[in-house]
Design a protein around this ligand. Structure first.
Ligand code: SF4
Length: 219
């Protein structure tokens, strides 16, 4: 079999337990042990700040999931695809707000929610926006007086800068506003329609009426 054909037959699985890019030494040790046992050539850090094990067969994937304490990969409804968060005020000298703390709260509030299409979240602890919050379905970035919430961004094949929903928000206000944005999105979007396409197609005034604020577009 040619090398190209072989590589097509290989697979990878994204590991659980790497929420917002955080890894403990114990978890890294466990992964190293598993990688040595199964001759894994390397790990890949994904754009979603997750760690993928690559270069193995589907049968090995099954074993790896078992060794990690799961029978198969995570089965989730279509919804929050990932939450990306920067080190924020806890670990970065530029940080203005606690991005990792807000990420945990958003995960708790929305990770089980079923949505029309995958929805990416980027939380940056300051306006330097290392997590590219303007081009995420839900983007949040910190300033001295609170969070700025952005909705409907996309950095992929259909790029769009998201709309600013509100500014100077507390953690609780972000969660409340995100809930409203997602409610409107899930009740009005077509199946598999990402938020950026949805916002382009929507009557934006109707969106702001539902949210109860007048947001701003960056363009
Ligand atoms: S967005 Fe700001 S707080 Fe977060 S890593 Fe970048 S510079 Fe630091």
């Amino acid at each position: 079999m040619s090398e190209k054909k072989m590589s097509r037959n290989k697979t990878y699985n994204v590991l659980p337990g790497t929420r917002m890019g955080l890894l403990t030494t114990e978890y890294l040790e466990k992964l190293t042990e598993i990688a040595r046992e199964h001759n894994i050539p390397f790990f890949k850090i994904t754009s979603a700040q997750r760690l993928a094990i690559v270069g193995h067969t589907p049968e090995t994937a099954e074993k790896i999931w078992q060794e990690l304490g799961q029978k198969t990969g995570p089965k989730k409804p279509v919804g929050i695809h990932y939450i990306q968060a920067c080190p924020g005020i806890k670990w970065c000298k530029y940080g203005r707000q606690d991005s990792l703390g807000l990420g945990e709260k958003l995960e708790k509030a929305f990770s089980a929610l079923s949505l029309p299409a995958k929805t990416k979240v980027g939380i940056s602890g300051c306006p330097l926006n290392c997590c590219e919050s303007y081009v995420r379905d839900i983007g949040v970035f910190g300033k001295k007086n609170g969070w700025t919430l952005v909705f409907g961004g996309n950095g992929g094949g259909c790029p769009r800068i998201g709309d600013i929903v509100a500014e100077n928000l507390s953690d609780e206000e972000v969660i409340k506003m995100v809930g409203k944005c997602l409610d409107y999105y899930r009740n009005n979007a077509r199946p598999m329609e990402r938020t950026a396409r949805f916002m382009r197609r929507s009557r934006i005034d109707a969106f702001w009426d539902y949210i109860g604020v007048r947001g701003k577009s960056r363009y």
